[in-house]
Design a protein around this ligand. Sequence first.
Ligand code: ACO
Length: 338
Amino acid sequence: MVPEITVPHPGSYNAVISGTGSYAPPRTLSNEDFAKMLDTSDEWITTRTGIKTRHIAADNETTAQLATEAAVKALADAGLEARDIELIIVATITPEMVFPSTACFVQDMLGAVNAWAFDLLAACSGFVYGVATAREFITSGRYKNALVIGAETLSKITDYEDRASCVLFGDGAGAVVVEQSQDGPLGIVYSSSSSDGSGWTSLNCQAHGSRHPANRPLDDPKKIFMTINGREVYQLAVRRIVEIVGDCLEQCNLTIGDIDMFIPHQMNARIIESVAKRLKLPTERVFINIDRYGNTSSASIPIALDECCREGRVKSGDIVLMVAFGAGLTWGANLVQF
Ligand code: ACO
């Protein structure tokens, strides 16, 4: 039975996800490959993270290229042409360059000549923040459609000498088309979004910004890479994700039993399992593909959503909850009826 869903901030229209697409570069790096390069093992990586392999961009492959590949598939799935698109939001922490925005490159590569395009930086929460942003523009009637993309080439800011972090990350892109509608499913019902800037030291990449400008040598050359305090992030992520799921359920007047599919940011299989256990979510309603992708930051949820849809695990009328936690600190969720 379809539950009665409360829409906390209804607009004039629904904002529905009408197409999904994803892309990962063909090259892969397995746990066995890491074991040849570093003091690590498939056993350590698998038991601590659930990751078996990840995709890695070629030297000449860029974030905008990955994003464009995913966007082309999402547009085809939605039955739209690039010139139909009115808004492009690209979430990334590995942009094409400092400026212009990756979204402008994607607009050009797609030929989406009528779109307003901009980037959004919220690390692993970038995609869910992007969906929340697109919803506001579409439910208000300002735009008829939007392309929301999460795309990363994290391999380009990964320190492959740091065994504690390098095994975690992979490259890829995922995209959704969000469209205005007046009947049918409710689409993006509610987005819960939070930030805590005081937690910036847990996860960051410090070079290339105004704190460490290009005209001064870096005090530590490793600042060109991502650094993470894995243990700190682990505990916070579980707590915040459980909290934000509670907020979504309360606001929409639903129970955990009403969630047909839970699509969490793929940061660590143990984090996901711990969250699922606390929420009493059965395994078959939790989507995990981290074994094949690693953590792809903003790309992880849209890649997972696309796979979920293609595997037929999301049906019309289903309620899907997408939840992320990442650097900033940032965390957020989108509750969507398909
Ligand atoms: N292979 C073998 N041993 C390793 C490796 C490795 N790849 N990495 C670390 N170790 C060792 C450590 O050196 C440590 O050894 P010690 O006890 O002798 O000092 C031991 O394993 C345990 O290390 P911990 O860091 O305590 O391991 P933990 O169980 O916490 O797992 C992990 C680490 C997987 C990183 C976990 O904390 C985690 O997943 N955290 C969250 C990940 C995260 O932050 N994701 C977001 C990234 S940011 C973004 O997405 C942009």
